[in-house]
Design a protein around this ligand. Structure first.
Ligand SMILES: [Mg+2]
Length: 267
């Protein structure tokens, strides 16, 4: 009986990328900014940086982010976050004290912003052979500011932000908006992101091949198959994994990335 030959892999025509903690180093920027606020605020200094940072990230990632943003506005939402964070340290802040702490944090956050290592060069490289879109949950102005900070405006063909779309990842609608803007079918696309739920499950639900960016070496959740990348460097390996699934070189690349996460990427 004749062997069935495997069909050749489809060409990847669009790469979708998450913004926070995939391209822009949101977590470690937050960590450093929280630390700077903590060092000058005695009641915050009673808790460890690690505890405070985790608490802050939990407050940031609440499921009602977009409805709260629409109801309160960005500034009030940030102040509310600092009010709640102070309460976890046993401090009851007045609205003006919470506003002051929020402004201080914001100033520090802006001053210590950084890209995920390799992100800027990887996007430029991907853009030579595919359309590039960013699909991200957050405020539009905030994500536009991050794109501008990264200096990638000319290498990104679509910036699709949940505040503007009215739906957040993992809802399939936000991925479909991105595909429409890029003019590319789901099966010709790949999505790279750090959130298993938002990026991997979300992309899979929209028919897009996901690649999980597991930068902090988290345990792999149960669920659908997805290739995994632990560092954006070396760029050639990351590029082949994203653009060349099923090709022998790409399979080797994935294994080598998996087996050698650089120490700087762990926490
Ligand atoms: Mg993310």
């Amino acid at each position: 009986m004749a062997r069935r030959s495997r069909s050749p892999p489809r060409e990847v025509r669009a790469v979708l990328l998450d913004m926070d903690d995939t391209l822009f180093d949101h977590s470690l920027t937050c960590r450093e900014a929280v630390d700077l606020v903590r060092r000058q605020t005695p009641f915050l200094a009673r808790r460890s940086l690690e505890e405070l940072w985790r608490e802050y990230m939990t407050l940031l990632d609440g499921p009602s982010f977009i409805p709260s943003l629409r109801a309160l506005g960005a500034d009030a939402l940030r102040q509310q976050r600092w009010h709640l964070l102070a309460a976890t340290c046993g401090a009851e802040l007045s609205p003006s004290e919470a506003a002051e702490l929020s402004r201080t944090y914001r100033r520090f956050y802006q001053s210590v912003r950084r890209a995920v290592p390799g992100a800027v060069a990887l996007v430029r490289r991907l853009h030579r052979s595919a359309r590039v879109g960013i699909v991200t949950n957050n405020e539009l102005a905030e994500q536009e500011s991050k794109l501008s900070f990264l200096g990638l405006g000319d290498a990104v063909d679509a910036l699709v932000v949940s505040e503007e779309v009215g739906q957040s990842k993992p809802d399939r609608e936000i991925f479909e908006v991105a595909l429409r803007e890029l003019g590319v079918a789901a099966e010709d696309s790949v999505m790279l992101g750090d959130s298993w739920t938002n990026d991997v499950l979300g992309a899979r639900g929209a028919g897009i091949r996901p690649v999980w960016f597991n930068r902090f070496s988290l345990p792999r959740p149960r669920g659908p198959e997805a290739r995994e990348l632990r560092s954006l460097r070396p760029l050639g390996l990351a590029e082949r994994l994203l653009l060349g699934e099923d090709r022998p070189a790409a399979a080797g690349a994935a294994r080598s990335v998996l087996s050698a996460p650089p120490p700087s990427e762990r926490r």
